[in-house]
Design a protein around this ligand. Structure first.
Ligand code: ADP
Ligand code: MG
Length: 473
């Protein structure tokens, strides 16, 4: 290549860089090379097929016009993949995470087989979050509140490479401690125990820091390419995903994986429509698969979980036993979440070991006193508010969302917005969206209006109280 051509190419790259910005440039164009220049066409190359198709679909006009600015007669840019420069495959069999430990700190040999099988270098290289060897399908107790989520997760876990994907993404949401992480890790363990598929489990934070770190160390492409080697991407606690760049990247990743027929599994503490920090397109893509909610654990399920925890503990501590009445007492009194159930068993175990005493009801009552907190406030949903208010005022839910302004609809609508603001953590814009796409100022107006009226009008104040009570029950 002549010096003139090299200079031109540098100037074209300079134009491209200032036109798309440094981030985009370094993600997509940093490894684009000039192969040859003809009078009317230019031949460029990139190292991967993915890059090629991404640049073609998103930036081909941009690239062409940057060339035309230097060489007006160019009317075609050819882009090919440099096969000789394919990235080296990631090294195999690097250890993925520390050996599982049992409570007393010694390695748990019986868990080794499961712990080592799924280890993939990719999982490690991408900062795959550590997996807890206890969180498998085998230890997951099925009950009314999680049957559907469990069935869907199983289905995903049993899929094979190349199978058509049934629901994508699978999106599981629930309050804290109800088994989301357990299910997601079960999917990861199960999927990786065959050698055929790669399942990567990331918390949203790992996705964020992994990506940001990769960008900083200039390996954003390596990160993206490695992600593309994943058959199933599992992301936990999506509600923590923050930051514009990360979200744009999440959006690209999600689209690329789904379009390529790869499975995506997501858990969050709220439904996709309530992920306020994500943009509308991402939310609707998330809602486009299967969205399953897990309700709070019923007493039966709590008892089942306690029993399975005791059985697991007995594998290491043969003398540990918890009489059924104690388990029933725990299931009845610890109503919050699975974490407290686990904590309760751990305490009984510790206590009975340290004092070499059998577990009794009296001891259990003493040990778990602080876990018995008043019932956690219920998660109230905007839909529930709309339903209850509509019923109370004898209008339909669609009336509440409509643009009708007749008095019999306006007041209930304002009350519903007021309740949405006071009983949920949703922001004004979000509430506006959920009320037929209204502006946040309209919501603010409604909230102030009802606040003002409630202070003066006892009849309305009683009505509102009644509605609150119905919703909180
Ligand atoms: P989340 O991610 O929804 O906050 P986790 O998956 O971390 O909840 O669950 C909290 C604890 O409760 C874990 O120890 C988990 O194993 C246990 N747990 C929750 N649901 C179940 C279940 N259905 N079967 C067995 N254990 C469960
Ligand atoms: Mg979790």
């Amino acid at each position: 290549m002549t010096n003139i051509e090299q200079d031109r190419w540098s100037r074209v790259k300079g134009r491209l860089r200032s036109s798309v910005g440094e981030d985009v440039y370094s993600s997509w164009f940093a490894r684009m090379d000039l192969e040859s220049v003809q009078p009317e066409s230019v031949h460029l190359s990139v190292p991967t097929r993915f890059l090629k198709s991404w640049i073609q679909t998103h930036y081909s006009d941009r690239v062409l016009s940057c060339w035309q600015a230097e060489m007006p007669q160019v009317h075609r840019v050819d882009l090919t993949v440099r096969t000789a420069m394919r990235c080296a495959a990631p090294a195999k069999d690097a250890p993925a995470h520390a050996e599982p430990r049992r409570d007393d700190g010694r390695p748990a040999p019986e868990l080794r087989a499961t712990a080592i099988a799924p280890v993939s270098a990719t999982h490690e290289a991408l900062g795959g979050s550590p997996l807890d060897p206890r969180l498998t399908f085998g230890s997951f107790v099925i009950g009314r509140s999680n049957t559907l989520a469990h069935a869907a997760a199983r289905q995903v876990a049993e899929g094979r490479r190349g199978d058509p994907v049934m629901f994508n993404p699978l999106y599981i949401h629930s309050g804290v401690g109800l088994g989301k992480t357990h299910l997601l890790q079960a999917v990861t363990w199960a999927g990786n125990s065959g050698t055929e598929r790669k399942v990567l489990y990331l918390t949203a934070e790992k996705f964020m820091y992994g990506f940001v770190a990769a960008l900083k160390s200039q390996t954003a492409l390596a990160f993206k390419e490695a992600l593309r080697g994943i058959d199933v991407l599992v992301i936990d606690d999506l509600q923590f995903l923050q930051g514009k760049t990360t979200q744009a990247e999440f959006c690209h990743t999600l689209n690329a994986l789904i379009d390529a027929g790869r499975q995506v599994v997501i858990a969050a503490d709220r439904p996709p429509s309530d992920l306020e920090s994500l943009d509308e397109r991402v939310r609707s893509r998330l809602a486009g698969g299967l969205v399953v909610e897990m309700a709070s654990l019923g007493e039966d399920l709590r008892l089942g979980i306690l029993k399975s925890r005791v059985t697991a503990a007995r594998a290491h501590h043969a003398s540990f036993d918890v009489p059924l009445p104690v388990l029933e007492y725990l299931a009845r009194t610890i109503t919050h979440n699975g974490r407290d159930l686990e904590g309760a068993i751990n305490r009984l175990l510790a206590h009975s070991k340290l004092n070499a005493q059998p577990v009794t009801l009296e001891m259990a009552e003493r040990e778990i006193r602080d876990l018995v907190r008043p019932q956690e406030p219920k998660r109230i949903k905007i839909e529930d508010i709309q339903r209850v208010v509509a019923r109370q005022y004898n209008v339909s839910r669609s009336d509440l969302l409509s643009s009708r302004r007749t008095a019999n609809v306006v007041r209930p609508r304002q009350v519903a917005m007021y309740l949405a603001k006071t009983l949920t953590l949703r922001s004004l814009p979000e509430i506006g969206r959920r009320f037929g796409g209204r502006d946040h100022t309209t919501v603010l107006h409604a909230v102030r209006k009802i606040e003002g009226l409630v202070a003066k009008d006892t009849a309305l104040s009683d009505e509102v109280e009644l509605l609150k009570r119905q919703l909180q029950e």
